[in-house]
Design a protein around this ligand. Structure first.
Ligand code: NAP
Length: 254
């Protein structure tokens, strides 16, 4: 595996892939959006902030002599994923999507799938105590719900927010016993989540099942067509090893 690899990150998988690439002696640069005040940084080189859309990313890939891109962003980071697909098509730089599988209901789960945060807000409008775990972006969709709302996010959310919100600042992973205790303490009678998948934040689903609390899940946005997708870091490494990497273009002087 030769050449410089760009990992579009902001996820546990992105960090794990960067660590594995560094371990294999591959030159890697991880990119973070720069939204979280105190992000957990990946191993290797890190850059922060947007590229300026697909054109900006394409120019960046050329200037930095990137041999391959792995889009390991969150399943709901649809703009970045779309930009990555368009920039890869424009530059010919190979692109791989690393996306963890979505959650699958088990016996005892009471799940309702919805297509958007707005639809989720309509689904929970009749409940007394809503546990909102959809992140601080998009809270405006819930600004009209009348019930109490426990809002959990990594950084403090900004208005507009649900009028009767209690904000809990926390970063996963969470345990089932903590989630159960939290939901009991707040008398939660419905949970709202995106279908993020993975284990970091799955404990709330187990706690909800145990407590008989229904869950409203927002479906993932579709992936751009034609981009190969892998589910694990090991598969991503194998695919990268199989790539005939291009010789990196000259980098401009620093
Ligand atoms: P988004 O809506 O797809 O991104 C909006 C814009 O932010 C992108 O067009 C891009 O700006 C910039 N951006 C996003 N991810 C970037 C990255 N890794 N490196 C450089 N620029 C990036 O994404 P989002 O939902 O706001 O998520 C932002 C970050 O948080 C992502 O890295 C994602 O993996 C992580 N995250 C998101 C969620 C979620 O629920 N959405 C949850 C956990 C973690 P330009 O157009 O200027 O390039």
């Amino acid at each position: 595996m030769t050449g410089r690899v760009l990992v579009l990150g902001g996820t546990g998988e992105g960090r794990a892939l960067a660590a594995a690439l560094v371990e294999h002696g591959v030159e890697v640069v991880s990119s973070l959006a720069g939204r979280v005040a105190d992000p957990v940084l990946p191993a290797g080189e890190v850059r922060m902030g947007g590229f300026g859309g697909a054109d900006g990313l394409a120019a960046w890939l050329r200037a930095e002599g990137i041999a391959a891109v792995v889009d390991a962003t969150h399943p709901f980071a649809a703009s970045m994923t779309d930009s990555a697909a368009r920039a890869a098509a424009a530059t010919g730089v190979p692109l791989l999507r690393l996306q963890r599988p979505g959650w699958v209901a088990e016996q005892g789960d009471d799940w309702q799938w919805v297509g958007s945060l707005e639809e989720a807000a309509r689904a929970v409008a009749g409940f007394d105590s809503v546990f909102l775990t959809t992140g601080r972006q998009g809270l405006a969709a819930f600004a009209g719900i009348p019930g109490r709302c426990l809002v959990r996010s990594v950084d403090p959310p900004a208005p507009p927010m649900p009028p009767r919100a209690t904000v809990l600042l926390a970063r996963g992973p969470f345990t089932v016993s903590d989630e159960r205790a939290l939901m009991r303490a707040h008398g939660v009678d419905v949970v709202v989540t995106k279908d993020s998948g993975g284990t970091m934040t799955a404990a709330k689903l187990v706690a909800a099942r145990e407590l008989g609390v229904p869950v409203v899940l927002v479906r993932r946005p579709p992936l751009p067509p034609g981009v190969p997708v892998v589910a694990t870091v090991a598969e991503a490494l194998a695919r990268l090893a199989g790539h005939e990497s291009r010789a990196p273009a000259a980098r401009p002087p620093a």
